[in-house]
Design a protein around this ligand. Structure first.
Ligand SMILES: [Zn+2]
Length: 363
């Protein structure tokens, strides 16, 4: 699908001499990277803190999808207990994004009933019997109850991001996320979605009505073989390919161990840090949804062009791409680097003026 988008952009730029496009990566970088972690195993709460300390030391914000596991079942023991909550608070203290990874972590989440929207802790008691069977579980219950517990006990901001266990993805998930106060989802893989860019979800995943949820599909994960620590060169080749058109890399690491997985994260970070932007799902989601509201108009004649950008929601680090030969007339908070103009902040309307060299055109 990204090929289509690039083709359309190419056609627009070839056919329209005053083509102006909006960049897909914050602050004029080439690639957006998100380090995300699924915390769904007893040892993972403690190890998660190890990843968070590394991320904090580099000024990164990781996203921690946490299973609010207060019931012992087929999957595992309880780990959302007093000790678990102390680790949760530590993650929040380190500035990490806390997000939901359901209550039951069932592979059959995609066939759960929607539920009533009145599910509450402790009355909500989903029980996973086997890999394919779970009782007393609902989609809304999984969302509501995990969000309530983690928000309440983590002490951080109200969460906005969600990833289901085993990426089990019900058709009703988009509207269920809206109904329970989420805004960002990471429930699909890039290969299944056929894109390395975020996209807006639709009601029941049908073709008509968009809902106010953006999906950030997983690019690189840690459970396939060979072990993650041996896949660094391949991951970097992929990152460079995606960076050619300003795509997104979502890295998924389960903190069940540190070792080679943490090493992967460190080496990946070092290798891409000069040309990549890093953020949590919330940070990139907020940027992307503000970008989605931008409106750009181009006007002018002969050797002077004017670009006005309207941002209903404040956005930092937005980049626009302008044709060859356009020179930005100096103004505060805007920098030109070749085709790219990066703006520190846009809020409401911002107007940029350009001197245009070369060809005379008729208007
Ligand atoms: Zn999981």
């Amino acid at each position: 699908l990204d090929v289509w988008l690039r083709l359309l952009k190419g056609m627009y730029q070839a056919g329209e001499p005053n083509a102006v496009t909006i960049g897909t990566v914050p602050f004029g970088k080439s690639l957006s990277v998100m380090f995300t972690h699924d915390v769904d195993f007893t040892q993972s709460m403690a190890n998660a803190v190890g990843y968070a300390e590394f991320e904090r030391s580099k000024g990164l914000t990781g996203t921690y999808f946490i299973q609010a596991k207060y019931i012992r079942d087929y999957n595992d023991d309880i780990f959302f207990d007093e000790q678990g909550v102390r680790y949760l608070a530590r993650l929040a203290e380190l500035g990490m994004e806390l997000a939901s990874h359901t209550v039951a972590h069932s592979a059959s989440f995609n066939s759960f009933p929607m539920g009533t929207g009145e599910e509450q802790y402790p009355g909500y008691r989903p029980f996973v019997k086997t890999r394919s069977k779970a009782y007393g579980a609902t989609i809304l219950g999984e969302l509501r109850v995990s969000k309530f517990l983690i928000d309440r006990l983590g002490g951080g901001r109200a969460m906005v991001s969600f990833r289901p266990g085993e990426l089990s993805n019900p058709f009703g998930l988009p509207q269920a996320l809206v109904a329970t106060g989420f805004r960002y989802s990471s429930a699909a893989t890039a290969n299944n979605s056929l894109t390395h860019l975020p996209y807006q979800l639709t009601y029941d995943r049908l073709s008509e009505s968009e809902v106010d949820i953006f999906e950030f599909p997983v690019t690189i994960e840690d459970e396939e073989l060979p072990p993650m620590g041996e896949r660094i060169p391949q991951a970097l080749v992929l990152a460079k390919q995606i960076a050619r058109y300003g795509g997104t890399v979502v890295v998924l690491i389960h903190p069940n161990i540190l070792g080679h997985k943490l090493e992967f994260e460190k080496q990946f970070y070092e290798a891409v840090k000069d040309w990549a932007w890093f953020g949590s799902l919330r940070e990139f989601g907020d940027w992307w949804s503000a970008r989605n509201l931008l409106h750009v108009d181009v006007a002018g004649k002969a050797d002077r062009m004017m670009v006005s950008i309207n941002a209903p929601r404040r956005i930092s680090g937005v980049t626009i791409e302008v044709p060859i030969g356009w020179t930005l007339l100096p103004q505060r908070g805007a920098r030109q680097d070749g085709h790219a103009i990066t703006l520190d902040v846009v809020e409401q309307t911002r107007v940029l003026h350009f001197a245009v060299a070369g060809v005379q055109r008729d208007f």
